[in-house]
Design a protein around this ligand. Structure first.
Ligand code: CAA
Length: 445
């Protein structure tokens, strides 16, 4: 069977940086540790005045095409995943293809283009579509370009404001990939939920606390569904477990739940019994509430156990390093979690070929998806080439006053004229609106 998976990854971060503990927290009258310890965030990325989901996506895609030496003819499909689209008809992928055609010979006229929507899950769903297209033999030897791009802004003073971010991840999906091969097995947890939505409005309506519970419930369902096809999972099966990361504190909650689930009826549960007892079984309780309470207590104890802490430090913590410094990239978020883990492994010289990751994606509204990925020989070269640290370091640090202006510039309801904070170089920029209210772009040398 042909292996299909991710052959190359590139990112593009919004070029501005907001320091959460030092710049944002004091103005919000909050303790800086709410951000660093509670949510697990150091800073957020924001788009400069001339950036948006198209420029970030096109810039990530151009980096990827240049590095791989691709021309438009090599790409048979361009799917953009976003929850920040500005057009209900014309997909963002057409804008991005238009940008790329400005700088490459040839065109994408024979590439199938689309836009995927299911909140933050859409990036993973686009990879899924590409996988199916290649497996069905419809790709004519060509690759799929998947771009997850978002400007994750919340209404001013919404609790979600702390978790904002902006950036794009471009991924090339091919046969015989160079980074990871995707499993055929998948699990879904899906239900009609009203936790986070944007009913024809730019900023989301969010029930924050409930969204956290819905994330956990759907992720658990997806893991159970995955196990129904793959067999039981065990913590030792996976080198890393990248989750959708709206903020690292969310993953802390998902990880303990996942570990409890995976260790049930295993030697790890037996080892822990003398210290924290066995996991509560629903049959031993008179009501669902009592059982849930007992599970909660068990997980509180579990978090303090050495076995759990070591597993978390090795398997989960390495997935959070980029997210900690950029905030939520919505559709791109789980994909920067995977990249963080692989960068960490690279720095430590880990030999990962043949090892597995379990990937937990999530989108509000709500659906979780779980699948496995096998890291393939040669992954180091392709992960090393991604300029993560340089991109993060070159961002311009904004003051709180500047943050307020930047939020207004990207608010579709407001018209404000603000000078750019950085100078674009060798990248696509937004230049204004055309006669049919379309957004226009140019490549700046
Ligand atoms: N020191 C250490 N920790 C502190 C602290 C301090 N001084 N102050 C607060 N904390 C901790 C809190 O205890 C809490 O941690 P726990 O949940 O582990 O107890 C954490 O910091 C956050 O504090 P609050 O709960 O008080 O924060 P909040 O009420 O202001 O908002 C939020 C938190 C609801 C997540 C909010 O940021 C939000 O609405 N975010 C947007 C929605 C979201 O991201 N939901 C996640 C699931 S949905 C999803 O994943 C899709 C998506 O991308 C949006």
């Amino acid at each position: 069977m042909t292996a299909v998976g991710i052959d190359a990854i590139e990112i593009w971060t919004g070029k501005l940086r907001l320091d959460l503990p030092n710049t944002f927290a004091p103005e919000m009258g909050e303790d800086p540790e709410k951000y660093t310890k509670g949510l697990g965030l150091e800073s957020s990325s924001f788009p400069d005045v001339y950036e948006d989901i198209v420029t970030m996506g096109a810039n990530a895609a151009k980096q990827l095409m240049d590095r791989k030496g691709l021309t438009p003819d090599d790409i048979g499909r361009i799917d953009v995943a976003t929850e920040s689209a500005f057009d209900n008809s014309k997909p963002v992928s057409t804008y991005i293809a238009g940008c790329l055609e400005q700088v490459y010979d040839g065109d994408f006229h024979h590439a199938n283009k689309g836009e995927r929507k299911f909140a933050c899950l859409a990036g993973t769903q686009s990879i899924d579509d590409a996988y199916n297209w290649i497996k069905a033999g419809r790709n004519r030897g060509r690759a799929a370009l998947v771009i997850a791009t978002d400007t994750a802004l919340y209404e001013r003073d919404d609790p979600g404001e702390a978790t904002q971010g902006a950036g794009a991840v471009a991924m090339l999906i091919t046969e015989n990939p160079s980074i990871v091969e995707l499993s055929t097995e998948q699990g879904y947890g899906s239900a009609d939920e009203t936790d986070f939505l944007k009913p024809n409005q730019q900023f989301p309506s969010v029930d924050g606390k409930r969204s956290v519970q819905v994330y956990l419930a759907r992720m658990r369902e997806a893991l159970e569904d995955y196990e129904s096809v793959s067999g039981d999972t065990h913590p030792d099966d996976f080198e890393y477990i990248p989750f959708h990361t709206p903020f690292p504190g969310m993953v802390r909650k998902a990880a303990v739940l996942g570990y409890r689930h995976m260790t049930r009826d295993t030697e790890i549960e037996d080892e822990l019994t003398s210290e924290i007892g066995r996991q509560p079984r629903e049959a031993d309780f008179e009501s669902r509430e009592e059982y849930t309470e007992a599970i909660r207590d068990y997980m509180d104890d579990l978090k303090g156990m050495d076995q759990y802490r070591e597993w978390y430090a090795e398997t989960i913590e390495p997935t959070l390093s980029i997210s900690r410094n950029v905030g939520n990239w919505y559709t791109g978020s789980v994909h920067i979690a995977r990249l963080s883990a692989l960068r960490h492994a690279l720095e430590r010289g880990e030999e990962l070929a043949g090892q597995q990751m379990l990937v937990g994606s999530y989108g509000s509204g709500a659906q979780a998806e779980v699948h496995a990925e096998t890291i393939v020989d040669g992954w180091t070269e392709h992960v090393e080439a991604v300029e993560v640290e340089d991109q993060l370091a070159r961002r311009y640090d904004i003051s709180f006053d500047e943050y307020e202006l930047v939020h207004d510039v990207h608010n579709h309801e407001k018209e404000v004229d603000v000078e750019a904070f950085t100078t674009p170089e060798a990248e696509f920029v937004f230049t204004g609106w055309g006669r049919m209210n379309e957004r226009r772009y140019e490549y700046v040398e």
